[in-house]
Design a binder for this molecule. Structure first.
Ligand SMILES: [Zn+2]
Length: 350
């Protein structure tokens, strides 16, 4: 499971009296040394990252002098950034109050002092033990969860418990955990392309007769991009939806079904019009009140299984035009019809 270890220094005062004296090389060594201890339970730390972090003086003082971590949690991500956070994060402090190390209850964070009274790898492994659901053992000093010794033994029961907790944490906090709803990326990979006119625009439109300057029957297609969550989970259901459909004219009556097709493109351009689809099309259902849903399970599952980082879709009606000379458009927007932005569409993965 992902683990990141941090050498903690005082912000703007490297080498100060409350900055850790450790180096990233010291943490590399600790990382190497905890590996065999946790191998007992088949827990592997990957990716394992070593970073330096600077914290505001007040936050660091609280941690060092009183073991007060509330301010740390309150300020993390606000007054200081925690780079490359793992699932478990270890912070190496000049001092950790009177402790060798400590783990705030129920958190995935531990703190370790510069000069613990026991081996470095033992302190770090012991704190990780708490994070993985293990309690102290009062009887056997050879065990990892006995307090204040260099014991490293994990019993069979502890190994099982730690593994189970690790899997639980992976499921709960992983990027890939389902269900999840993601928004269209709203960037330069989205917009519309009309037929028979070397143009494009950022508004999300599908239909016919974009405006009076366009030749009759020159349909328009909308293009969407979603960044997929990373991770091993392949969704068994994917629904593309919006609450922002506005109809201009009568596109659903005149142009047939609105179809969604998976597509793949690197750059959004006028050339995309009628780009060959990368998979089967499916029908989008307008449900009233601006709501529309399309089942895109097959294409998203295929993209996810293939490790693709994004999925892209084209929306187009069955018929490019109906020859009636008037506008028949489905427009999708939140405020300004000529813009795409995140949140116009959602992709619900479960
Ligand atoms: Zn403990």
């Amino acid at each position: 499971m992902p683990l990141t270890l941090y050498v903690v220094a005082e912000q703007g005062a490297l080498g100060s009296a409350i900055s850790s004296q450790r180096t990233t090389a010291d943490l590399e060594k600790i990382a190497d040394d905890i590996e065999p201890i946790w191998a007992q339970a088949d827990v592997v730390f990957d990716p394992l990252l070593i970073r330096e972090i600077q914290m505001p003086t007040e936050v660091l003082q609280e941690l060092v002098l009183t073991g007060g971590f509330e301010e740390f949690f309150a300020q993390a991500g606000r007054t200081f950034e925690v780079p490359d956070a793992g699932m478990i994060n270890g912070f190496y402090l000049r001092e950790a109050f009177e402790f060798n190390g400590f783990t705030p209850n129920g958190s995935l964070v531990f703190f370790v002092a510069d000069e613990p009274t026991v081996l470095d790898e033992r302190v770090s492994s012991h704190e990780i033990g708490h994070i993985l659901g293990l309690a102290h053992d009062p009887n056997d000093p050879t065990r990892l969860m006995f307090s204040g010794t260099n014991g490293t033994v994990l019993t069979e029961a502890e190994q099982q418990r730690a593994r189970a907790t690790a899997l639980e944490i992976l499921g709960q906090t992983s990027d890939s955990s389902l269900p999840v709803t993601i928004e269209n990326n709203g960037g330069s990979l989205e917009g519309h392309t009309p037929r028979g006119f070397a143009g494009m625009g950022s508004g999300l439109f599908a239909g016919d007769n974009l405006n009076s300057g366009f030749p009759n029957d020159d349909g328009v297609q909308a293009w969407l991009t979603f960044d997929l969550p990373t991770g091993p989970d392949t969704p068994t259901s994917a629904v593309l939806s919006t609450d922002s459909l506005v109809e201009q004219g009568s596109p659903f009556d005149d142009l047939g079904n609105l179809m969604v097709e998976p597509v793949q493109y690197e750059e959004f351009s006028a050339d995309l019009f009628d780009l060959e689809a990368a998979g089967e099309a499916s029908i989008c259902e307008p449900l009233g009140d601006g709501r529309m849903e399309c089942d895109v399970t097959d294409s998203v599952a295929a993209a996810s299984a293939a490790g693709q980082q994004r999925v892209q879709f084209r929306l187009k009606f069955d018929r490019v035009g109906d020859g009636d000379g008037s506008q028949d458009l489905a427009l999708f927007f939140l405020t300004d019809s000529n813009t795409n932005e995140p949140g116009i569409f959602h992709l619900e993965l479960s």
